[in-house]
Design a protein around this ligand. Structure first.
Ligand code: HEM
Length: 467
């Protein structure tokens, strides 16, 4: 009985195992997720990999992933990449252990910040940030310059969460280089990923200079956030935004408030979780739109029909972009930008009636492979096709087969926020530009716990006869 999986021996693993190092042959340190996808294709729906003395069970078959979604027997496991972020985000909402009291407290205090009313309140600010992006792209279009898609989407999504949630302006569009907060965040995410790829006891030695840099990055995140909180305390305001809730709102049941130390963790959590993955999702969607002119044409026709010539689409007009939303869903199917989540057994149980697990045993769900399971998505699962998300197709699929936002009580709190923001922005960009791809570009995926299309550049061209 290893790892709480009494019949571990029945779970396939790669053939070449090196003592001490584990299954590291052919493994690229910079792409652990894509390596795991290759293993998944070879080894099947439940498999294991060993790295540096630690063994991990991976699950992607739809039947097994659906069983792991049963909240009465399974819960979120804080492991691997998420656990490595504890020094950055502590008991903030994303990295908290299920049993930590600050999870429930913060969840209850912050959830109303994601209600429909709250979202409608953020809409005008989302729109004004998107207009900063189109001003920037208009200049590129006027001079025939290509734009750095992931870079610009990161500016957009950071400004959006910072302004709507925290009343803060990072000035991203006025900068030629990313804001130091972004550089520090990329540093800590990359470091947290690297910690999974070195022998654990040796990590402090092997990563000595990297760990010093990581400490400096964390200090930069803390300083940025402390400054933002100080400014709010000095000037007040916020009118019920996320920061206002974190600082002022008492728990409706217990009257408790978040402690200052926890507020810092939550602000970092929301600034990071609130922009990095949405930026990737928008970038992948723009890539696919540029490569599928027939899809882009259909999406644009919808925007023109639903929005007509309203300069500033209203909140309700965004949800009516059904096909644009399908483009986004289909991009998140192929490249879910938070590409894995972990589940642990709450009781002794048997996974899908096949694999016994003891209480506490856990597995990593590989979302990009779950989203490609041929039993659910068909033999052409690799093909980009937004019609997979038309209402009838969705109804015909079993539940728990599309999980870009995780599952259960610990699923993404910002899902509606991300979907509203991304649909709005895709609508505005489709209406305003033709997006020309570089024909030589081949999609490559950068990993830093999250996924991002590598080096994606597009040439925006102003459509004629659009305001
Ligand atoms: C949790 C994905 C956008 C805040 C999660 C989880 C996933 C996810 C998979 C669950 C992680 C786990 O089980 O370990 C995404 C994707 C997004 C997105 C793909 C964009 C396309 C956002 C936004 C916000 C946000 C915009 C905030 C404004 C959070 C927080 C959690 C979370 C706070 C932890 C929730 C909890 O444990 O209670 N997200 N997310 N996310 N997300 Fe998102």
């Amino acid at each position: 009985a290893e790892l709480g999986w009494p019949e571990l021996a029945r779970i396939p693993h790669p053939p070449r195992r090196i003592p001490l190092l584990g299954d590291v042959v052919g493994v690229n340190r910079r792409t652990p997720l894509q390596d795991s996808m290759r293993y998944a294709r070879r080894l099947g729906p439940v498999f294991r990999r060993k790295a540096f003395g630690k063994e991990f069970v991976f699950v992607w078959g739809a039947r097994y992933a659906a069983d792991l979604a049963d909240e009465s027997r399974f819960a979120k496991h804080v492991g691997l990449g998420v656990a490595n972020l504890r020094p950055v985000a502590g008991d903030g909402l994303f990295t908290a252990y299920n049993h930590e009291p600050n999870w429930q407290l913060a969840h209850d205090v912050l959830a109303p910040g994601f209600s429909r009313d709250a979202m409608a309140g953020y809409h005008p600010m989302m729109l004004s940030v998107a207009q900063r992006l189109t001003e920037h792209w208009d200049r590129a279009a006027a001079t025939g310059r290509a734009v750095d898609v992931p870079g610009d989407m990161t500016k957009l999504t950071l400004e959006t969460i910072a302004r709507t949630g925290f009343g803060h302006d990072f000035g991203s569009f006025e900068r030629s280089r990313p804001h130091p907060f972004v550089t520090a965040m990329v540093g800590t995410l990359t470091y947290a990923q690297r910690l999974n790829t070195v022998p654990f006891p040796l990590a402090p030695l092997l990563l000595r200079s990297a760990s010093r840099r990581n400490a400096a990055d964390i200090a930069c995140l803390n300083d940025t956030v402390d400054e933002l909180v100080r400014a709010r305390r000095a000037t007040g305001g916020g009118e019920g935004d996320l920061l206002d809730r974190m600082l002022e709102t008492a728990h409706p049941g217990t009257g408790e408030r978040l402690a200052p130390r926890n507020v810092r963790r939550q602000v970092i959590t929301f600034l990071v979780a609130g922009h990095e993955t949405t930026s990737g999702a928008l970038s992948f969607a723009l890539h696919y739109l540029s490569r599928h002119p027939e899809v882009a044409a259909r999406a644009r026709a919808e925007v023109d029909r639903v929005w007509r010539d309203t300069a500033e689409p209203a909140y309700e007009q965004v949800a009516r972009l059904r096909y644009v939303r399908r483009v986004l869903d289909e991009s998140l199917r192929l490249w879910p930008t938070a590409p894995a989540f972990s589940r642990e057994a709450r009781v002794d149980t048997v996974l899908a009636g096949e694999h016994p697990m003891r209480r506490g045993a856990w597995a990593l769900v590989l979302t990009p492979m779950l989203h490609r399971d041929p039993e659910v998505w068909g033999a052409d699962a690799e093909r980009f096709d937004p019609d997979r998300f038309d209402a009838q197709a969705v109804r015909s699929r079993p539940p728990h087969t599309f999980k870009p936002f995780g599952t259960g009580a610990r699923a993404c709190i910002g899902r509606q926020f991300a979907l509203h923001e991304a649909t709005l922005v895709l609508g505005l960009l489709l209406r305003r530009y033709d997006l020309r791809a570089d024909p030589a570009y081949r999609l490559g995926v950068t990993e830093r716990l999250t996924l991002m299309p590598e080096g994606l550049r597009l040439l925006p061209e102003r459509r004629t006869a659009v305001r």
